[in-house]
Design a protein around this ligand. Structure first.
Ligand code: WTA
Length: 698
């Protein structure tokens, strides 16, 4: 399909482009002080003090475990899985606990781990710790958007809350295998809702509460839940977001299109919106506070097969329709817990803060499941890192004595812009470990994070992974080896990366190419919901025998991996994946837009920004008003986070004679690399390029 052709479109130039971007950006963002002259040759060793207590304190130990994990994955993962509670043990056939086919030439793609095993991830994340006498230990600190609003939840309390929601969902007839859509802000009730679904074997599908009504409706129509969970409103920074009216709009749309949601459970978040000011659909809407507290605080566990679905999470691909990434229970449980433990060198007593929202995979694997499975204390922050000011994060770190802090490069870069002062004002002495996720971290931002935030004391785990992979794939194991600023370092246990060229040939040693994975790992996604053939063609057809990540990658002479960004039509804006095609479809819904082509371009803070070339309908003139209307169209179709940063008026688009848009040229124009347009002779109308260059900035 489309990704396949995009991938073969000499996209390796993209890798060089992103590498060049690192050099440029280093200068643009930093005041000179944080430039890393030669990141590839900069080794940052863990301190002796860190190493002394580290779970994996040497390269030899990492190497030995890695070798075992690849040579005998079944033995390696069975040993780790045995640390969890299984109602019934998994099947072992010929010493194997997993089956897989990663090669479409050999038949359908298939991955299974721990099949036949019966367990429950909610039981392992909560009951197991309560039964071990940890009921009064703190599971979650909740910190509200507004300073001064907070709460503390113990494992015992969290379990009770989860049981109450589980009982209520059961009372509505929700059962094992049913989908439940959750569209909630970062209240304690959001992870509670997820765990409640897991407890009864229902499949949760969390939709980030920044998506528009149309996007929410599209997802509901795909997985057809009986019940939708939401809140009436939320404050994000200084802004009020009226979630309930977005849900009302979405549910009206799905009803018209044949799927009526029976119950909408609404958490009354009165800090944001008064209950009496909330629009209500009597026969459908129920206040959380009216029905949940009266439920029994114990609830039976639904024992599910390791291969029963746990959740669906929609993500962007290179075509307009979002993909429902499906994860199952057993492998996901074992893998997220283990990666959390080793990538952050977790030990009891740590206070762990992940700034991600549960609407994205990071909030699933590393705010909810991974840490809670380890019995960790998690900080759940409702707000944004810069509200009310740039010191908020460090204030929170000091308030809860956070030891592990995990965030995204875009947040680091925006905090870096505010200078060192807001950081240095706060002690941060509790910190011992930092993490980064979502996009490549440029060496200058890495250095600032390391030196200023971590006082050159805390290792940084730059974790590369994806919604599809469920857990970390390439990540430091911080006590074991030296870091390099901007490198995700080495594969996690059981992960076999392969860098391939455009013909799918695996490259050896120092090289650059497409990042693939050779064999399955426990938390690999099992399918795209309702579309197994799209799963196969998107991820397994481009390079036969491999899972294709969609990312470009460089491996240096020491074997360190350097992720260089997407090589397909996915744009990574502030760590959020947005498909070019999604933005294009939104733009062409505007009656005056005839055609649109969208590409990413380097953005100092967001990593990538959205650059839209727009051709108007005959006879319509450009105007500022129209520009605003087009941006508004994208906001309402997808969500505010997908709004184009640039609209470039395009009388025509560069197309080949067969009508294919040459994005390569558009990317160059967006990046201001007019001298590097390359060969334009294959264009149907080479004059188009001149016109576009003339209209840049207009
Ligand atoms: C990018 C987020 C470089 C990458 C967990 C990937 C990264 C996409 C990193 C997945 C990292 C994520 N270094 N790039 N440490 N982490 N990415 O599905 O392009 O929202 O393919 O999962 O983010 O985004 P997703």
């Amino acid at each position: 399909g489309r990704l396949q052709s995009a991938a073969s479109e000499a996209e390796l130039t993209k890798i060089q482009q992103v590498e060049a971007h690192f050099q440029q950006e280093t200068q643009a963002v930093s005041a000179g002080q944080y430039v890393v002259e030669d990141a590839e040759h900069t080794l940052v060793e863990p301190s002796d003090e860190f190493r002394k207590t580290a779970l994996i304190p040497s390269l030899e130990k990492y190497d030995a475990l890695y070798k075992e994990s690849v040579k005998d994955p079944d033995a390696f993962w069975s040993r780790i899985a045995s640390e969890f509670y299984w109602k019934e043990k998994w099947e072992v056939n010929d010493g194997k606990i997993h089956t897989e086919n990663f090669d479409i030439r050999e038949g359908p793609i298939k991955v299974e781990w721990f099949k036949g095993g019966k367990t429950n991830i909610c039981y392992n994340a909560l009951d197991r710790h309560v039964e071990a006498g940890r009921a009064s230990d703190i599971a979650m600190y909740w910190e509200g958007n507004e300073p001064g609003y907070d709460s503390t939840v113990t494992f015992g309390q969290l379990l009770e809350l989860v049981c109450q929601v589980a009982n209520y969902l059961r009372s509505l007839g929700v059962k094992k295998g049913d989908a439940v859509v959750i569209y909630m802000p970062m209240l304690v009730e959001l992870p509670v809702a997820m765990l409640a679904c897991a407890r009864i074997g229902a499949i949760h599908s969390v939709v980030f509460a920044g998506f528009s009504a149309d996007s929410l409706a599209q997802r509901i129509l795909d997985c057809k839940p009986k019940v939708v969970l939401t809140a009436n409103g939320v404050m994000r920074g200084a802004k009020l977001i009226n979630l309930k009216s977005i849900v009302d709009d979405a549910l009206a749309q799905t009803k018209k299109q044949g799927h009526a949601v029976e119950t909408c459970l609404v958490y009354g978040n009165e800090v944001a919106t008064k209950k009496e000011e909330t629009a209500w659909v009597g026969e459908r809407d129920v206040w959380w506070q009216d029905v949940i507290p009266s439920q029994a605080s114990r609830s039976e566990v639904e024992w599910v097969d390791a291969e029963d679905p746990l959740f669906l999470l929609y993500t962007s691909g290179s075509t307009g329709k979002p993909k429902g990434v499906l994860h199952t229970t057993g492998g996901y449980m074992v893998y997220t817990a283990t990666t959390f433990k080793h990538a952050f060198d977790y030990r009891p007593g740590d206070i762990y803060w992940c700034t991600a929202d549960c609407g994205w995979i990071t909030g699933h694997s590393y705010l909810t499941y991974g840490p809670l499975l380890n019995g960790a204390t998690v900080v759940n922050f409702e707000g944004v890192p810069t509200y009310p000011d740039a010191g908020r994060c460090w204030e929170i770190v000091d308030k809860y004595k956070v030891t592990i802090f995990y965030t995204a490069p875009t947040a680091i870069r925006s905090l870096m812009r505010a200078g060192d002062e807001p950081v240095k004002k706060h002690s941060r002495k509790s910190l011992r470990m930092l993490g980064s996720v979502g996009e490549p971290i440029n060496p200058a931002a890495w250095k600032w994070y390391y030196e200023v935030v971590g006082d050159s004391r805390c290792p940084i785990s730059d974790t590369w992974w994806q919604t599809e992979t469920g857990g970390f794939m390439i990540t430091p194991v911080p006590g074991a080896f030296a870091l390099k600023p901007g490198s995700a370092t080495f594969p996690f246990f059981g992960v076999q990366p392969a860098i391939v060229d455009e013909n799918g040939k695996e490259l050896e040693g120092e090289c650059s190419g497409y990042l693939c994975i050779k064999a399955s790992w426990p938390s690999a996604f099992r399918t795209l919901f309702g579309d197994h053939s799209r799963y196969e063609t998107t991820y397994f057809a481009p390079f036969k025998g491999f899972y294709f990540s969609g990312d470009g990658c460089h491996r240096d002479k020491d074997g360190y991996y350097w992720l260089t960004g997407r090589v397909d039509d996915v744009i990574n804006v502030s760590g959020h994946r947005i498909g070019s095609a999604e933005v294009e479809s939104a733009l062409v819904l505007h009656p005056q837009c005839a055609e649109a082509a969208v590409v990413g371009y380097d953005h100092d803070v967001k990593g990538q920004g959205i650059y839209a070339f727009v051709t108007l309908v005959e006879g319509v003139d450009y105007s500022e008003e129209l520009r605003k209307a087009l941006v508004a169209k994208v906001r309402s179709q997808i969500g505010p986070f997908a709004a184009p940063d640039v609209i470039h008026w395009a009388p025509g688009l560069p197309k080949t004679r067969s009508g294919k848009i040459m994005r390569r040229i558009l990317r160059k124009i967006a990046a201001n690399q007019i001298d590097e347009l390359g060969d334009v002779s294959t264009l149907a109308d080479p004059g188009v390029v001149e016109q576009l260059i003339e209209l840049k900035g207009k």
